[in-house]
Design a protein around this ligand. Structure first.
Ligand code: NAD
Length: 476
């Protein structure tokens, strides 16, 4: 039975489908079956969406802060009510275990609740000069926003693209991934049902490059926010620069994990192995380069292999599944190529390293050790279920290796030495550092990277401020 919702465009509050529009198939990554046909927005649809975004911006910006906050709170409660259905669609289109899909969706609602609260905390400030003059600093929504979300967190990524802009008073046109369209659409529909005007929140699909070029060429769009690869992030940044649009770029990473001999290795193993194979490693903040002090290297390596081999891989709808398929067919093919390259260059394959089953995009939880520095996999984000574990002889060498790559998204460290924690916080180049912890996300804390992992922030108060511009009023 195919209970996957029929996807459509959402333009000016209308559901658009058919009408001679070109379509793309949506595939179930666990079976390879086609589950839906997704319409592509035509150039005329995109122009209509741009017109609505312009008028929707005025309408939403001029809605009182109280009303906007209560609409977003209602949207969050509708998402929670519908989380079971949204999670079903998400697992069908993306493959992750149903419990994770539900957790992601509930987290999206919590993020929206946080943003709704922030609407009432968007203060300016007044500088009162002793001689009587005043300077007032005001914050205003930047204008219509174009958001492009990736397929690895189909509901949360869409929320990250729309929550901050809506809280700031902007209108948004969002393009979820064509590979995972339904759960993001259901998130947007909940917000429309809660009272966000149809012109302030629109959803389009198409050939990604065509949609972004079309929207970014328009002077209506004042901000671009993207989650995806560094290569596409650079391309969109260049397009945005033509019109000096503001950008938020949430791009790739290559998470270093610094494991010192002064920590509880079993605790580090339990936490990091679960984090590594979550969402089949298709997580921008996934822990990937394990840099382990020599004294504890063998214990850590063997413990990791043992845990990797116990991960239950299967269809995300099966109750005992801990890791589903990769989300698209590019995943296992690209990962396998990188693993083979690493082996040819001398890396040791300790477990995994192969596809699983004869349908869908399943790939075995994999561990490589002694991976040489010239292997592609230790330089380019593998974005899959693979851990790279290398022995290291000193803290200096570990920090140097952590900072060697141009990426700087999430980093992890396991140590019980307080002085070392402070050194790491100062020296590791990353937007987020988790010490003796696996999570780098909290709705009230900023999320984002440095260097090639991007710029601009989502979540926290910073996620709203990123969609605002200041205006300074000088009064004599
Ligand atoms: P990609 O960058 O081509 O696509 C990622 C997302 O961006 C997709 O949803 C896609 O629809 C969209 N996209 C692609 N080109 C676009 C364009 N010109 N304009 C607007 N949107 C566009 O990456 P991919 O092939 O799907 O995955 C390859 C790599 O991207 C992964 O291996 C990983 O390194 C990275 N990635 C990172 C994240 C993240 O969370 N930062 C998410 C997905 C992929």
């Amino acid at each position: 039975m195919n209970d996957y919702p029929d996807p459509h465009l959402l333009v000016g509050g209308e559901k658009l489908n058919g009408g001679g529009r070109e379509t793309d198939d949506v595939l179930d990554p666990a079976t390879g079956e086609t589950i839906a046909s997704l319409p592509r927005a035509s150039a005329a649809d995109l122009d209509t969406a741009l017109d609505h975004a312009q008028s929707g911006f005025g309408e939403w910006r001029d809605t009182s802060a109280d009303k906007r906050a209560s609409i977003l709170m209602k949207g969050a409660s509708l998402i929670k009510e519908r989380a079971g259905d949204i999670a079903q669609a998400l697992t069908r289109e993306q493959g992750k275990p149903l419990a994770e899909a539900k957790g992601e969706t509930m987290y999206s609602a919590m993020l929206l609740e946080f943003y709704a609260g922030e609407i009432k905390r968007l203060y300016g400030r007044t500088l009162v000069r002793p001689e009587g003059s005043r300077v007032e600093v005001q914050y205003h929504p930047v204008g219509p926003v174009a958001g492009f979300a990736a397929w690895n967190f189909p509901s949360l990524n869409v929320m990250r693209k729309i929550g901050g802009p809506l809280a700031a008073g902007c209108s948004v046109i969002v393009k979820p991934s064509e590979e995972t369209p339904a759960s993001g659409l259901m998130i947007a529909q909940a917000l429309l049902d809660a009272g966000v005007p149809g012109s302030a929140l629109q959803v389009v699909f198409g050939v990604p490059n065509n949609v972004s070029e079309h929207l970014l060429a328009s002077p209506v769009i004042r901000k671009v926010t993207f989650t995806g690869s560094t290569a596409v992030g650079k391309q969109l940044s260049k397009l945005a620069a033509e019109d000096l649009k503001i950008t938020t770029m949430e791009l790739g990473g290559h998470g270093p994990v610094l494991v010192f001999n002064d920590t509880d290795i079993d605790r580090a193993l339990d936490s990091m192995a679960a984090a590594k194979y979550r969402n089949a490693g298709q997580v921008c903040v996934s822990p990937t380069r394990f840099l382990v002090q020599e004294e504890v290297f063998e214990k850590f390596r063997d413990g990791f292999v043992e845990r990797a081999e116990k991960v239950k891989v299967g269809n995300g709808f099966d109750d005992d599944t801990q890791m589903g398929p990769m989300a698209n067919s590019r995943g296992p093919d690209g990962l396998h190529k990188k693993i083979t390259d690493a082996q040819k260059r001398g890396a040791k394959l300790l477990t995994g390293g192969e596809r699983m089953g004869n349908q869908g995009n399943f790939y075995a939880p994999t561990v490589l050790s002694e991976v040489p520095v010239d292997a592609d996999i230790i330089n380019e984000e593998p974005f899959g279920p693979v851990a790279l574990i290398n022995p290291m002889d000193s803290e200096e060498a570990m920090i140097e290796e952590a900072n060697r790559l141009p990426y700087g998204l999430a980093a992890y460290a396991w140590t019980d030495d307080p002085a070392r924690r402070r050194r790491l916080a100062a020296q590791v180049e990353a937007g987020m550092l988790a010490i003796n912890a696996a999570s780098v996300s909290a709705v009230d804390a900023p999320f984002g990277g440095v260097k090639w992992s991007g710029h601009g922030l989502e979540d926290g108060a910073e996620g709203v401020k990123a969609c605002m511009v200041s205006k300074t009023i000088h009064e004599g």
